[in-house]
Design a protein around this ligand. Structure first.
Ligand code: ACO
Length: 437
């Protein structure tokens, strides 16, 4: 008997089955052969929220949540944060290997040439209310881009996929910066293509009357590090949204807009915004113990803590904490940092958090940096979406050429009413009364 297999006895029938194990998993469809009779659909696995279901085979990002390990294409996140740039990391995620000097120069040049958006996109963004949430503006404007690039629907064509990939990585920062400018009532700033990726982004965000905006190199590098850390995170909520929407063969703009919508939620990329609101609500280090009690009583969640996969310190949070120190040397210390440090200290010692393996995640400190850069909290999830664009696209590209990919279509366990006859509206009260009696 093969050793890489699972022997299962169906106690309803007494029959035994042998299911192959490949890469540490059985195929859920192998369960379908287990039936109580010929009419039976076959056994299914029930896994709400995909707690233990792998939906893809991937070679992009590796996470060991128990040991706090994160690698892109095999490279440890710590080394990439120390030595790489965001665009080089994006290349790595998309193509699978680090670029040569020539490949990197060509990649950076091509991304840079795609930073501008059609003027009509600008008008579309101008139509939002003055207080529109920048994430809502980003989600909508990314979706709108699909109407400017109808060719993007040709997802079977490798060259088209690559053009749209470059366009998206290049244009999302422009849309993001304009969403911010809109929320402040400032004129939109066009890309400045002789600046680097993060330098240009900071210019589109903060340039006012000066002819040229040159960001502080420490802040530019800090942003580069944040972008590297946020570039991908395997099959999280937004990446699986990207793959799931992409599995219908829609264009990548529409799929990425859906992924960004998934990121917006406070349990995902919106958590950095929620952390800052929480720290502001706590208001003072002296109020931290009382807040922790509220968390333990189940009244509120400690935002920026906990992770579906990491049951150890999130390696990104560790790097972000160091980055925060370098940023605060330039901008001055964020007063909320003391509250965050005290929260972390108490939580890491408290049995409630220890027993549940709740540690700070990437979002616990990133918001403090964004705030120190002068960004309003509404921009925080947008700052997450900019670099995650590369990861979403890498996931999408891998899915499109995966011979096993089909349209995503989960099954359900139907627990509703059996067949029953339609009751005309005038008779419903009487039927209801009869059923209660
Ligand atoms: N504060 C207090 N208690 C928590 C927290 C938290 N942040 N997170 C989890 N718990 C508790 C749960 O109440 C549960 O307790 P119980 O066993 O007594 O019922 C236990 O820890 C297990 O939590 P689950 O909800 O089962 O964990 P899950 O994997 O479903 O959730 C999640 C992960 C959504 C990240 C959760 O930890 C959370 O809501 N955290 C706060 C939001 C946040 O920071 N999100 C960002 C995640 S990182 C990212 O997306 C980039």
């Amino acid at each position: 008997m093969a050793t890489d297999s699972l022997t299962v006895t169906d106690n309803r029938t007494g029959q035994t089955y042998e299911l192959p194990i490949a890469d540490g998993a059985i195929r859920a469809t192998d369960l379908r052969q287990m039936k109580v009779d010929a009419d039976d659909f076959g056994l299914m696995s029930y896994d709400p929220a995909f707690l233990n279901t792998a939906s893809v085979r991937s070679t992009i990002t590796y996470i060991d949540g128990d040991r706090g390990i994160l690698r892109y294409r095999g490279y440890p996140i710590e080394q990439l944060a120390e030595e790489s740039t965001y665009l080089e990391t994006a290349y790595l995620l998309i193509f699978g290997e680090l670029p040569t000097e020539g490949q990197l120069a060509a990649w950076v040049d091509e991304i840079t040439r795609h930073t501008f958006v059609h003027e009509n996109v600008k008008r579309l963004m101008e139509a939002f209310r003055y207080d529109a949430h920048p994430m809502g503006m980003l989600i909508s404007s990314v979706a709108a881009l699909s109407t400017f690039y109808p060719d993007a629907l040709r997802i079977d064509d490798a060259e088209t996929r690559m053009i749209e990939t470059k366009r998206l990585i290049a244009k999302v920062p422009t849309l993001a910066a304009w969403a911010y400018r809109h929320s402040r009532g400032f004129p939109y700033v066009y890309p400045q293509n002789d600046l680097g990726f993060t330098g240009n982004f900071l210019s589109m965000m903060f340039r006012m009357a000066e002819p040229r905006y040159v960001a502080d190199p420490v802040l530019e590098r800090a942003l580069e590090v944040l972008f590297i850390l946020h570039a991908d995170h395997e099959q999280n909520c937004s990446a699986s949204a990207m793959r799931s929407i992409g599995s219908s063969h829609v264009d990548p703009y529409s799929a990425l807009s859906g992924a960004a919508a998934a990121l917006y939620g406070p349990l995902h990329g919106g958590a950095n915004e929620a952390v800052l609101r929480m720290l502001a609500e706590i208001g003072d280090v002296r109020h931290v113990p009382a807040y922790v009690e509220r968390v333990k009583g189940g009244e509120v969640k400690l935002m920026g803590f906990g992770h579906r996969v990491y049951k150890n310190y999130d390696p990104r949070a560790r790097i972000i904490k160091q980055t925060a120190d370098s940023v605060f040397e330039v901008t001055g210390r964020n007063p909320l940092l003391d509250i965050a440090l005290e929260l972390e200290r108490i939580a890491l010692e408290d049995e409630y958090f220890v027993s549940r393996k709740l540690y700070p995640n990437v979002d616990f400190y990133s918001g403090l940096i964004y705030q120190a850069l002068g960004l309003p909290v509404g921009m925080f999830p947008v700052m997450f979406a900019i670099p995650r664009t590369a990861g979403w696209l890498a996931q999408w590209l891998e899915g499109i050429v995966d011979p096993e990919q089909k349209i995503a279509r989960p099954r359900q366990l139907y627990l509703g009413s059996d067949e029953r006859d339609y009751v005309p509206i005038e008779r419903r009260a009487a039927v209801e009364a009869a059923s209660v009696a």
